[in-house]
Design a binder for this molecule. Sequence first.
Ligand SMILES: [Zn+2]
Length: 69
Amino acid sequence: MAAATNPDSDKVIPLRPARACPLCRKPSLRAAYPFCSKRCADIDLGRWFSGAYAIPAAEEEPSDEGEQP
Ligand SMILES: [Zn+2]
């Protein structure tokens, strides 16, 4: 196994396409993955905290079902 550490991470091109920011659909930033910026990550985190206590778990149908053997 080769543990490859890349000091020149700036030159590394990701093989996978950049994930779009869930909030504004901009290309995500590595530092704020999967968001495009710390700002969006912060916004989402805020929504999460405020929404976790307010929104009932019935917004969307969970895809948990169907995983039974
Ligand atoms: Zn964003």
